[in-house]
Design a protein around this ligand. Structure first.
Ligand code: ZN
Length: 278
């Protein structure tokens, strides 16, 4: 992966962020209960911090690892002899499949949930929520991704395309855009949609412990975790129905938010009921 791909990835990321933020400002689904500026300030602070930490600890070793795995010919995709567009498409589907289970584990394994709940503590959901990930989660997930690279063996270019699409799809399904029922339902046959993912952020655990897919919604359908909001309808998850009520006070204090996975044992224990059987 050379520097141009890296710059391209950043441009697409920023472009997507701007595009979905403008769309949700013009066509909002849920009304806001807190100021947009304070949300943007906090979530951009998180993104800035994450960029520094991830760049220092993860990014460069990860690039070397991608190139090394490819040069060694490791992985199932290499064994199958996949090349060109077939390899890119297969890697896209397989890596999204891995992401589905990784996300599910993040909700089921106590240690992982400590970090992933930082994302779910947001009492609202909009495009900026897609920036809200604890650096600990990003660090741990990069180790898992390194293992996936070894197991599947995607080419550097297919990995790059997948990562770009994960960012764009995450911005899209976290956005607060008011699509019509028809458009939302149509998209949902293939992709994770804003209302479908809002259900994953719902206080009501019937929805919150479901809808783990990142790009393709098919994984939730296949593995029994597909929950359309409100029993098959597409009614909106309302603004008060999002987030983790017991963590509201920690949602927008950067220092407490960063330290929270290692603290507040009582709050953590209060969340253990989320760790039901996989
Ligand atoms: Zn989640």
């Amino acid at each position: 992966m050379d520097i141009d791909l890296d710059k391209g990835k950043l441009l697409i990321f920023l472009g997507g962020l701007l595009f979905f933020t403008i769309l949700e400002a013009i066509f909002p689904k849920r009304t806001r209960s807190m100021s947009w500026a304070s949300r943007i300030y906090f979530h951009f602070s998180v993104a800035f911090l994450n960029t520094i930490i991830v760049r220092i600890l993860v990014y460069v070793p990860f690039l070397y690892w991608i190139v090394y795995v490819e040069s060694q010919g490791w992985g199932i995709s290499r064994l199958l002899g996949l090349t060109g567009w077939v390899e890119i498409l297969c890697s896209f589907v397989v890596l999204d499949f891995f992401d589905y289970f990784w996300h599910r584990f993040n909700h089921r394994v106590e240690f992982l949930w400590r970090f992933h709940k930082a994302h779910h503590a947001d009492p609202e959901m909009d495009t900026s929520t897609s920036l809200r990930f604890h650096p600990g989660e990003l660090f741990i997930s990069s180790l898992t991704k390194a293992a996936w690279l070894f197991i599947w063996g995607p080419t550097a270019i297919s990995w790059f395309i997948f990562e770009v699409m994960v960012s764009l799809c995450s911005q899209f399904h976290h956005s607060n855009i008011d699509f019509s029922d028809k458009i939302e339902d149509g998209f949902l046959w293939i992709l994770v949609t804003p209302r479908f993912h809002a259900a994953h952020h719902a206080v009501d655990r019937k929805y919150g412990d479901a809808n783990f897919s990142t790009i393709f919604s098919i994984w939730d359908r296949i593995f029994g975790s597909f929950q359309k909001p409100l029993d098959g309808g597409l009614a909106t998850i309302e603004e008060d129905d999002i987030g983790l009520p017991q963590d509201r006070n920690l949602s927008f204090n950067l220092l407490e938010w960063i330290l929270e996975p290692g603290m507040n044992r009582n709050l953590y224990l209060a969340n253990l009921d989320r760790n039901a059987d996989v």
